[in-house]
Design a binder for this molecule. Structure first.
Ligand SMILES: C[S@@+](CC[C@H](N)C(=O)[O-])C[C@H]1O[C@@H](n2cnc3c(N)ncnc32)[C@H](O)[C@@H]1O
Length: 305
């Protein structure tokens, strides 16, 4: 029997227009490329969110309290978790990520940096549910979801994920989540199409990763990176566009792409804060507070369960 991701990738390749879920960006190389993106001058989200954590850290720490159990879906390099751990001294940290080997290294480094911390790594796809370790304390949990990763989901899927986080948090827990706010289109588009072409490499890397996952034969050099803001949907879209006619084969199937045809690889929704508060309320969160940067480009939102 084929594993679920195999079927999911092939279904996406057969669609018109074709799509590949952004979760497949993240093999080891994709995780490293994402880390390189976070250091690019055009990529404001990471440094802006870090600046909010630095500037409002004491206030954020007061809102959350000390000694919680910190759960970070999509933890990646755990760079932001490290800053947060310095502020709120959690007893326990669980990082969850689809890029399991990369996460394991990052959690090990986090544990070494905070010797009293019970730091654990959990490999897995959060869209298929998160099975936390049975011995994890149930009280005083904080789900941390920075980086505006929630923007990768369309609003109904984002709501489903927020409901899952509400269940993980428990009745006395909370959520600290990073939201990328709407802003000038040129700023948004540059962040997803940098001058050095690192985002283009990251986008094309998804093809090498699905080649390995399902045994298909994409050649990344046939595909151009495209990124633009879709105003009607309030989202950045990333696509790969065939620069020549392409025939892609995998065991048991194939798909022809005409020159100019695209594969949709990512959405990144930009939410106005009020709209996002409504989603949080629908997901069962209350008592919301937000911290933003002086330009109001990004927000860190704390919602009590
Ligand atoms: C945009 S990065 C954000 C990383 C980090 N949290 C930050 O804010 O810098 C998204 C992270 O989520 C992980 N990820 C993406 N989709 C996932 C999924 N469906 N399940 C688990 N992890 C996922 C990726 O491997 C990556 O580490």
């Amino acid at each position: 029997m084929q594993e679920p991701r195999h079927a999911e990738i092939i279904e996406g390749l057969r669609c018109t227009p074709a799509c590949i879920s952004p979760k497949y960006f993240y093999d080891e190389r994709g995780s490293r490329l994402f880390e390189a993106i976070t250091r690019l001058p055009e990529y404001y989200p990471t440094r802006t969110e870090h600046a909010i954590l630095q500037a409002s850290g004491a206030d954020i720490a007061r809102a959350i309290g000390q000694g919680c159990t910190l759960i970070e879906p999509g933890a990646g390099s755990c760079a932001k978790a490290a800053v947060l751990c310095g502020l709120i001294a959690p007893r326990c940290f669980v990082g969850v990520d689809i890029s399991a080997d990369y996460l394991a290294g990052a959690v090990q480094r986090l544990g070494a940096r905070f010797p009293g911390l019970d730091a654990r790594a959990l490999g897995g796809d959060i869209t298929r549910g998160i099975d936390l370790p049975a011995d994890l304390p149930a009280a005083q949990r904080l789900v941390f979801y920075p980086g505006s990763s929630i923007g990768n989901f369309d609003p109904p899927s984002a709501l489903a994920l927020l409901r899952q986080m509400r269940a993980l948090a428990g009745d006395d827990g909370g959520l600290l989540i990073g939201i990328d706010l709407p802003k000038e289109v040129a700023v948004l588009e540059a962040a997803y199409d940098d001058a050095q072409g690192v985002t283009a490499q990251f986008n094309r890397n998804v093809l090498a990763h699905v080649n390995r996952l399902i045994g298909c034969d994409f050649d990344g050099s046939d595909w151009q990176h495209r990124a633009f803001f879709n105003t009607a949907e309030s989202r950045i879209e990333m696509h790969l566009e065939a620069s020549v006619p392409v025939q892609v084969r995998w065991p048991g199937g194939e798909r022809a792409f005409a020159a100019g045809e695209r594969i949709h690889t990512e959405n990144s929704y930009k939410y106005a804060l009020d709209h996002f508060y409504e989603l949080l309320a629908q997901a069962g969160f209350a008592r919301t507070r937000a911290w933003t940067d002086p330009l109001q480009w990004f927000a860190l939102v704390h919602a009590q369960a």
